[in-house]
Design a protein around this ligand. Structure first.
Ligand SMILES: [Zn+2]
Length: 182
């Protein structure tokens, strides 16, 4: 298996694109795909500030890393869902990621800050955990985005939000991890 670009030994086979890449060209490919999506969907403009909702998994942390590499100002938002050891580990990964890079991480803890967690909310509302989890997060993302904007001196008149337009708010990149809902 050889890299499509340099013909060196490949480390990944992306079947959907019928392409293999070495590590270096895979990272470049990811960056190009993110840039293409940002421009194609008019998600962010140069100088925009993003609040990246991170789960602690590789997908959302990679997006945070890529946005910074592409020159955007990006803070992280981590929501502790109270799903036992899984949530503890996710929080540790996220904190370590932010600390080693000197990044600003906003943390919200459902149980400590709001008095409930996802398993409890699911039981009380008789919703499946995925549904309770999704509702909690959308509400908290919007709230954190508004708070982030309120504390900012600069005016930013663009918005890209998971649940629709919030006038005058900074951008949110909305990332979900399917394994969170297991
Ligand atoms: Zn290569």
């Amino acid at each position: 298996m050889k890299c499509r670009v340099c013909k060196e030994s490949a480390v990944i086979d992306i079947r959907r694109h019928n392409a293999n890449f070495c590590q270096d060209h895979f990272l470049r490919y990811c960056r190009q795909q993110v840039e293409k999506a940002i421009h194609g969907f008019d998600m962010l403009k140069p100088g925009d500030r993003a609040l990246v909702a991170v789960s602690g998994g590789k997908d959302s942390l990679a997006v945070w890393d890529l946005l910074l590499e592409l020159g955007y100002e990006a803070d992280g938002l981590y929501v502790g869902l109270g799903i036992g050891q899984y949530s503890d580990n996710s929080a540790d990964y996220t904190r370590a990621f932010a600390e080693t890079r000197g990044l600003n991480l906003i943390e919200v803890d459902l149980r400590g800050d709001h008095g409930y967690d996802v398993p409890t909310a699911a039981a009380v509302t008789k919703r499946v955990p995925c549904s309770a989890c999704g509702l909690s997060k959308r509400h908290l993302f919007d709230k954190a985005t508004l708070a982030s904007w309120d504390s900012d001196d600069t005016t930013n008149d663009r918005i890209s939000s998971p649940s629709g337009a919030i006038p005058g708010c900074c951008a949110v990149v909305f990332i979900t991890a399917r394994r969170e809902c297991a």
